[in-house]
Design a protein. Structure first.
Ligand code: ATP
Ligand code: MG
Length: 366
């Protein structure tokens, strides 16, 4: 059992001119056995948050609970949580087997038990064949697995991984992603995985917690973050290529509501639900968003007219950068699309995919 709750957690480093508010009023609930990814740009406070969960950093204010028990002031060794870092930190003079057994030895576990635990974890991590090797003889990916094994062998109830794959090549990363997912399934531990890579976060986790600027922006599954982003930051950060944003005036008459994009003759038509939400809150202008994936060369009834600036062939698809007036935005097309610079295109969309945000707060309206 380990359910983790962070309540109104703050971390402030230093004071005076050197004061950094690294984590601000952070709330997060992680279910027992859940796999949560903490995602956000560099410097947003991810590692600080983890270090407070583990106990390597004091909590400036707020509390952290494991299964309802306040552990905020407990020493790291009394929290039953393990952390694996990007750096491997293996003992160079020990074999893989000795490295794995070490945390058990420190705890006074008898040799026979140590041996069987090492075998078990080595099998899960697929490193049984290198137990006799020294770290210097291993590849980066193998070292990474041994280091994960050493953190896991203590059987922590919460397992935390900080950017553990950021310097592996794409191929190894893919295999490790797969292994981590399997590991989570087999061990059924509560896991928190930190990354600034959305592909990793979305591939691995049950839910993703998006942080920016010391604050939690949104916690949700892939579908929620993608289709119902809480604010402009999440809509921009999640999805590749990022969402197109337009400053637009709300034009409403009795029969119809449309969004007239500034500095262009583009008009976006939202769906009925969004139109109704805008009629209720009556903003004069909004930030409208639509994903490049949702703008396609097609004969859909509603479309944006534009001209092509760049047609980039990306292998499995083409990315069109287009313009209308002084507004540039992007759309996706089939890979073999032959369109050249300056050509006029009609980019069809489904009104349901038009998102609108408050221009002041940048929060999603609908
Ligand atoms: N020990 C410290 N003393 C002072 N400031 C710190 C300390 N540790 C982190 N910070 C600052 O706190 C902020 C958050 O840092 P943190 O390491 O938590 O970010 P992060 O999201 O993990 O970033 P990255 O993706 O680069 O690892 C940054 O502005 C950082 O400079
Ligand atoms: Mg970090």
């Amino acid at each position: 059992m380990s359910q983790v709750s962070l309540r109104e957690v703050n971390k402030i480093y230093g004071e005076g001119a050197g004061r950094v508010h690294a984590v601000q009023d952070l709330n997060l609930e992680i279910g027992d056995g859940e796999f949560v990814a903490l995602l956000g740009p560099s410097g947003c406070g991810k590692t600080s948050t983890l270090r407070m969960i583990v106990g390597l950093e004091t909590i400036t204010s707020g509390d952290i609970f494991f299964d309802g028990r306040n552990i905020s002031r407990l020493e790291p060794q009394d929290r039953n949580v393990a952390m694996a870092f990007e750096t491997y930190a293996l003992y160079p003079n020990f074999t893989v087997e000795e490295n794995l057994a070490f945390p058990l030895e420190v705890r006074g576990v008898v040799e026979a038990t140590r041996r069987s635990k090492v075998r078990e974890i080595a099998e899960i991590l697929r490193i049984s064949d290198i137990l006799g090797s020294h770290p210097s003889e291993l590849s980066g990916g193998q070292q990474q697995r041994v280091s994960l094994g050493r953190a896991l062998i203590r059987e922590p109830s919460v397992f935390i991984l900080d950017e553990v794959m950021s310097h592996l090549d794409a191929h190894l990363k893919f295999r490790m992603l797969f292994d981590l997912k399997r590991l989570h399934r087999e061990l059924k531990r509560t896991m928190v995985y930190v990354t600034h890579d959305q592909v990793e976060a979305l591939a691995l986790a049950d839910r993703v917690a998006v942080m920016s600027n010391a604050r939690m922006q949104q916690v949700g599954d892939r579908n929620t973050l993608y289709n119902r982003p809480a604010n402009v930051f999440v809509a921009d950060f999640i999805g590749e290529p990022p969402t197109n944003f337009f400053r637009a005036r709300v034009v409403a008459d009795d029969s119809r509501l449309t969004l007239a994009v500034e500095d262009s003759d583009l008009v976006l038509v939202p769906d009925e639900g969004t139109a109704a939400a805008l009629k209720r809150s009556e903003p004069k202008s909004v930030i409208a968003g639509i994903r490049p994936q949702n703008l396609n060369l097609s004969d859909k009834p509603v479309a944006l007219n534009a001209r092509v600036a760049i047609n980039e062939y990306l292998g499995e698809r083409s990315m069109l950068t287009v313009y209308n007036g002084s507004i540039r935005f992007r759309a996706l097309a089939p890979p073999e699309t032959r369109i050249s610079r300056g050509e006029a295109v009609r980019l069809g969309y489904d009104p349901a995919n038009v998102m609108v945000f408050d221009p002041e707060t940048e929060l999603l309206i609908s």
